[in-house]
Design a protein around this ligand. Sequence first.
Ligand code: NAP
Length: 250
Amino acid sequence: MKNYQAEAGFLTGKTILVTGATNGIGKQAAITYASYGATVILSGRNTKKLEMVYDEIESLGFPQPAFIPLNLQNNDPEQYSQVADLIEAEFGVLDGLLLNASDLGLLSPIEHFDEETWYRVMQVNVNATFLLTKYCLPLIRNAKQGAIAFTSSGVGRQGRAYWGAYAVSKFATEGLMQTLADEVEKSDIIVNSINPGATRTNMRANAYPGEDPNSLPTPEDIMPAYLWLMDRSQNSRNGQAIDARDFIKN
Ligand code: NAP
């Protein structure tokens, strides 16, 4: 994995939807995909922030992106179906889907876990991820070699005290990834999950307020793994739980 080298321009002509593109890892992934030639569709709940990322990508001279505001707390399937309809009308296909947005919720023992927060985290991290995947899948089938990447976490592979709804939602994400990967096994689509590992973002700072952010890799540092997930010329793996750290050169 450490030897992986993305070829310049390998995403030219490809369309990739990135959720949670307004901040942290998702924002960096969108910019990085665009820098390799992709037309990125930025998704997020805050239109102003979406416009800022859009402007940044344009000012860098990368392909003109698109953006679709969507708050993943919304549990109406129609909203998700409309996102797919918009993409179909504009692009016809979807080559890549990076399901990156997540809600950390709060850290608390199960015994005292706030129910409303539990339901919200499950909606954003699991239900919305399912809905977007369900409605975008036909567009990904329309692409020649599609790729779907779900975002996991260390606590989605080994449970940890107090990580509550977030940890459980990431286990569910791994389950969704494995189930879908098995369903598309004989097709041209690949489906994997990525654990970014501890990364310098707002979410990490909220979870570990006492930690020195400078001790952590930046979103930019972990981009080789995110490129590989979408790189069908070098990646045909399906159903794999990937660790971004395995791609960082020492
Ligand atoms: P981040 O900087 O907090 O970014 C999270 C993104 O998700 C933001 O764009 C945020 O939008 C969006 N989001 C949250 N709730 C949303 C909602 N209801 N509707 C739409 N968008 C919503 O976090 P990050 O660290 O980059 O996390 C990216 C992914 O990596 C997540 O899946 C996270 O679980 C995973 N991860 C991160 C780490 C780490 O150390 N950073 C470790 C393991 C896994 P706003 O900009 O509007 O807030």
